[in-house]
Each structure stands twice: as structure tokens, then as C-alpha cells.
Design a protein around this ligand. Structure first.
Ligand code: COA
Ligand code: ZN
Length: 306
């Protein structure tokens, strides 16, 4: 089996992770982002510009963006749900915008309070605003592997929405497994449907949650198809505080460890990343699901004679 020599791991812990934890102060969010920016990560999802009353853990997005120590070569990204969010994110000097639209109607209405068709229309405004400032837009198709309300989401529907978002001017595409329903079989099914729609795996980023323990298996399935961009959350931040034991995104350091051992480069310093995972655990005050935090990387165990 031939895997890519190099992939990009993109950190989403400061947004997707922390949004699903008890709110932590802006200063702690800034500390985590600054620590992550020193690990070799090139893209960090730093904030979301949504209604603070909808997502209290993401309140203070402007302050976070103003206080981080921007490192050259690192893109600080912001999730936006609409044009108002794009205006705020651009004013806060986000390097890239991520526009979220769900593939399932019910989830889109629950998440951003409008239908999918209206989100697609609004995507043009977001793109116009961003491109006016020279900022690229990645469209995130969420519930791409299943919807918590509607169940299965047909891969053709996901591919069709992706095409509409490209038509609206999106520069890149990402597919989110919002509630951890993907399996390798569903990864292949979606990549097949995308290919039929003219969207090659090399243009796709994937965003897995480990809710059902399949995140790394899904990554391997996608690697075998030539996908080279993956999102992950340091420490595995993102377990819902009201559901003990629930796990969040794919764990960044577990993913990086696996990739390096497979001979797939990431440019990320694993030890520095594990340091960030420790910091993430201190910030949220709970034991995080990270295997690297519990078991350590294999080299360290071997050195210890374990
Ligand atoms: N940021 C801050 N305020 C916003 C906003 C944004 N991105 N978008 C709209 N608003 C404000 C409007 O200015 C308006 O304020 P006003 O009453 O003072 O004039 C008010 O919200 C209502 O505007 P409306 O366009 O009707 O938005 P809404 O109330 O339907 O909310 C969202 C839409 C998308 C902003 C809201 O549902 C939201 O923030 N959802 C969170 C989505 C999310 O983060 N999900 C998790 C990540 S995928
Ligand atoms: Zn997510």
C-alpha cells in the first residue's frame, strides 16, 4: 500500500474542541493557540464568529484574534456561519475563513437557523467579502457522513452541495463528520461520489470525530485514496461536558504519531504537540482521551524498556 509522503494536519482544538467544553477564559485560549503555533502546525482554527449566545464558549473571538502572537507561516483560521460572521472575522484579521453548511436540512436549520439553499446563496456574500480582502474561503460541508436528526445522508447529496459551494466561489472543500458517524466504508462511498462529481480526493480535506472510535481508521481509508488534509484536535478536546466519556475530534498527537510511524510526514514536532495536549488538559481541567498522553509515543516506551 502506498500512502502519501506528506500530509497536512490542521489543528481545530481551539475552536471545535473548546466549543464543546465548558467555556474557558480568552487568556487560556490564546495560550493554547500560541503553544500550538510552535509545533510545526501550519493551520490553526482559532475562533468562530457566531452568536456568542448560541455558543458561549466561543465568545470573545475578536479578543482571541487580537491577542495571539501570530507566527509567520501559520494561518489562523476562523469559522463563520454567514456574512455577518465573515465581516467580523475579516475585521479581526483571520487569515482564512471556513464557511459551514450542513448537508442535511434539519442540521443546517438547527445549527445556523436557515435552510441549505439559503446558506448556499449566502455563501456568495461570504466569498465576495473574503476575496475583497484577499482571504480564501474553505467551505465545510458538515453532517457529510450522517446526520444526528436524519440519519444517513446520501453521498450524492453531499457531492452536489460541494459542487454548489465551489460554484459560489469557495477556494477549498472540507467534509465534516460532525457527530462521528463515519466508517471507512462511508469514507470510500463519499470519495466515490465526489469523484463522480469531478471532485478529486486531492482537493478534499476531511474532518473526523472519534465519537464511535473510528477516526483514525477513517483517516487511513482516506490516505489510501490520496486525501492529504486532515483536521484534528489537540488532546482530543471536544468531549461534551454533559456526556462523560464522550470523545471529541480525532486526537492530533495520536494522528501525528500514527502518520510518522507509517512514513507519512507532517512537519510537526510530536513531543511539542504532546506538551500542548498536556496544556489542553490543564486548561479544561479534565483527563483528555489522548492515547499519547496516557501511553506516550512508542519511542519513549522503548527507551524506558517497556
Ligand atoms: N455573529 C454575531 N452576531 C450575529 C451573527 C454572527 N455571525 N450573525 C447574526 N448575528 C446577529 C445579527 O446581527 C442580529 O443581531 P441584532 O438582532 O442585534 O440585529 C441577530 O444576530 C439575528 O440575526 P439573524 O441573521 O436572524 O441570525 P440568527 O439569529 O438566525 O443566528 C447564526 C444565525 C448562524 C448567527 C446563529 O444561529 C449562530 O451563531 N449559530 C452558531 C453556529 C455554530 O457555531 N455551530 C457550531 C459550529 S458548526
Ligand atoms: Zn467538528
Amino acid at each position: 500500500m502506498r500512502w502519501p509522503d506528506q500530509v497536512e494536519v490542521r489543528e481545530v482544538g481551539p475552536r471545535d474542541g473548546l466549543q464543546n467544553e465548558e467555556p474557558v477564559p480568552v487568556a487560556a485560549r490564546v495560550r493554547l493557540i500560541d503553544a500550538l503555533s510552535a509545533t510545526g502546525l501550519r493551520r490553526i482554527e482559532a475562533a468562530s464568529f457566531v452568536r456568542p449566545d448560541a455558543i458561549p464558549a466561543m465568545a470573545g473571538a475578536e479578543e482571541v484574534m487580537a491577542r495571539i502572537a501570530r507566527r509567520p507561516g501559520v494561518a489562523y483560521r476562523a469559522l463563520v456561519p454567514n456574512a455577518r460572521g465573515a465581516e467580523r472575522a475579516l475585521a479581526a484579521r483571520a487569515d482564512e475563513l471556513e464557511l459551514v453548511v450542513s448537508a442535511s436540512e434539519t442540521h443546517n436549520r438547527a445549527n445556523v437557523r436557515r435552510g441549505v439553499a439559503d446558506s448556499v446563496i449566502a455563501a456568495r456574500d461570504v466569498v465576495t467579502l473574503a476575496h475583497g480582502e484577499g482571504v480564501p474561503v474553505e467551505a465545510i460541508v458538515s453532517t457529510a457522513f450522517g446526520c444526528p436528526y436524519e440519519g444517513d445522508v446520501a453521498p450524492e447529496r453531499v457531492a452536489q452541495l460541494a459542487g454548489l459551494l465551489l460554484d459560489a466561489g469557495a477556494d477549498a472543500l472540507s467534509f465534516g463528520d460532525t457527530t462521528g458517524m463515519a466508517t471507512p466504508r462511508r469514507v470510500h462511498d463519499l470519495l466515490d461520489a465526489l469523484e463522480r462529481a469531478g471532485i478529486a480526493p486531492g482537493r478534499v480535506a476531511l474532518h473526523f470525530h472519534d465519537t464511535r472510535g473510528t477516526a483514525l481508521a477513517n483517516v487511513v481509508a482516506a490516505l489510501e485514496r490520496g486525501v492529504t488534509r486532515f483536521d484534528a484536535s489537540v488532546g482530543g478536546l471536544g468531549g461534551c461536558p454533559y456526556a462523560p466519556g464522550a470523545s471529541g475530534n480525532a486526537v492530533t498527537e495520536d494522528l501525528v504519531h500514527m502518520l510518522h510511524d507509517m512514513g507519512v510526514g507532517t512537519g510537526i514536532d510530536l513531543e511539542a504537540l504532546i506538551g500542548c495536549a498536556r496544556l489542553a488538559g490543564e486548561i479544561v481541567g479534565r483527563d483528555l482521551p489522548s492515547a499519547m498522553l496516557h501511553a506516550g509515543p512508542r519511542t519513549r516506551r522503548h527507551e524506558a524498556g517497556a
